[in-house]
Ligand binder design. Structure first.
Ligand code: HEC
Length: 147
């Protein structure tokens, strides 16, 4: 459709620009933080940056009530997540806390896609909240591991 194509191009451009911007700004912040330079999993930052941008897009579409775009952003996150998990082989992958947050994240993202397809605002919002909680909890765990 004539309307869809330019819109898709604009969204793709915004996505790419956010990606580049976050890549630049995000990395500067990481350097400014008290994180060690050779942080484990540094090579996966690009995956996670896509996750961060996608989650921000989900929030934007959630507030706009745009279920179609919300579903697209959630699916992109799912895809990147599975790819990243497939490539990741660190030890912490087998820790129960990490696994728990991983499953919480996967469940919330699946639910987000399902509710977006059903155009269910309450369900989408709840899933988004659960998803962001798993982001924060998993990262908290990585910074401060519980044996
Ligand atoms: C199950 C665990 C887990 C979940 C859930 C998770 N992450 Fe991550 N994330 C990681 C790991 C592992 C890294 C690699 C960096 C490291 O080892 O500290 C990482 C790295 C990142 C980075 C790169 C900067 C940094 O802190 O190293 C960003 C940004 C990020 N994640 C955002 C997110 C967002 C946003 C979500 C939720 C939408 C999310 N993550 C969910 C495990 C997780």
């Amino acid at each position: 459709m004539a309307i869809v194509r330019p819109m898709t191009a604009v969204i793709a451009m915004i996505g790419m620009m956010s990606f580049v911007l976050l890549g630049v700004v995000g990395n500067d912040q990481a350097v400014a933080d008290d994180k060690p330079k050779e942080a484990p999993g540094k090579k996966y930052d690009a995956w996670m940056t896509v996750k961060l941008v996608s989650s921000q897009q989900v929030l934007a579409h959630l507030t706009a009530g745009d279920f179609k775009k919300m579903g697209e952003s959630a699916r992109r996150m799912q895809f990147v997540h599975h790819l990243e998990q497939w490539l990741r082989d660190e030890d912490f992958k087998n820790q129960s806390g990490y696994k728990a947050q991983l499953h919480a994240f996967e469940f919330a993202t699946n639910e987000l896609v399902r509710h977006a397809d059903d155009k269910n605002m309450d369900g989408s919002l709840k899933s988004f909240q659960l998803m962001t909680e798993s982001c924060v909890r998993c990262h908290q765990l990585l910074r401060d591991p519980v044996e």
